[in-house]
Design a protein around this ligand. Sequence first.
Ligand SMILES: Nc1nc2c(ncn2[C@@H]2O[C@H](COP(=O)(O)OP(=O)(O)OP(=O)(O)O)[C@@H](O)[C@H]2O)c(=O)[nH]1
Ligand SMILES: [Mg+2]
Length: 319
Amino acid sequence: MSEPTRAEAPRRPSPAQPAPRTLDQELRTVADFAAAELAVRDGCDSARLVVLAGQDPAAALAAARQGIADGRGPVPLRPHRAPWRTLVVIPTYNEQENLAAIVRAIHCFLDCDVLVVDDGSPDGTGAIADRLAAADDRVHVLHRQGKQGLGTAYIAGFRFAMERGYQRVCEMDADFSHAPWDLPRVVMASADHELVIGSRYVKGGCTVGWDWKRRMLSRGANLYARLWLASGVRDNTAGFRCFHTDALRRLDLGAVAAQGYAFQIEMAFRMVRAGFRVREVPIHFVDRRVGKSKMDGRIAREALLLVPKLRGKVARSAR
Ligand SMILES: Nc1nc2c(ncn2[C@@H]2O[C@H](COP(=O)(O)OP(=O)(O)OP(=O)(O)O)[C@@H](O)[C@H]2O)c(=O)[nH]1
Ligand SMILES: [Mg+2]
């Protein structure tokens, strides 16, 4: 028998080259959402986090492993259930590549209703929303005529939630920048906070895939808002949120002036000024995969001009 050749010799991991990590080694299991938040704060990527929340550990791990393998993320055995009737509002403008996938993904992770607020998207997103709503009574659609801005889309969504008795209403983008597996964590954190923000700028949070210009713009806008408003909120422009509808009822939504990013700044400030409790949970914000950003100079200019006025405009009140 000949000596094994070099190529045939059994490979042993050398100390300098650790064995490749397996999927199981990379997954982390935690008992509940409070533990999940601590893990993400400590640097764990929530895309690798299995939140048991009452599921059988082996079965939950298997479901998450399968979900990751087919690109859906660490899906639970069954969608998580929040103790509140929850509506997730997704404003859309030309999101035809994303809409069906984000709605499906949301329903893998959370038992909730979804409202799509479409502004007559020329690419046919509204028709996709109608098809989704016809096939699933958890999906609702509001059609508006022409692009009217993010702010008014969310106000329409908030009113829809308040009129129909939802206890929580969430904001979420259609473009997968807000990970569907983070949605249960954002909602569950709302037990005793009237506003929960999925935040890039607290420990454990970050942005992924943005170039330096986009990072500077977001950081700059947040620094600007923090300096002017001193409200204690770190990620003022974040669009991944959960509100108590009871709290929104106490705000004067008709007085909200902002349309674009400034809408997020204004809403967070109004909640703080009204004496509500705001909590930021860390998220990894990932640049959109497909479709085009609707961010433009007008939206940035609006924030620049509005923020200095907010302190004078929004009165402080006790809850
Ligand atoms: N209904 C409605 N939706 C909008 C409008 N502008 C943006 N959206 C939606 O709001 C969400 C956020 O918009 P994006 O274009 O992703 O803006 P962004 O996340 O700040 O920017 P990027 O990170 O570059 O994608 C997406 O789901 C958009 O389709 C609007 O005027 N009306
Ligand atoms: Mg986006």
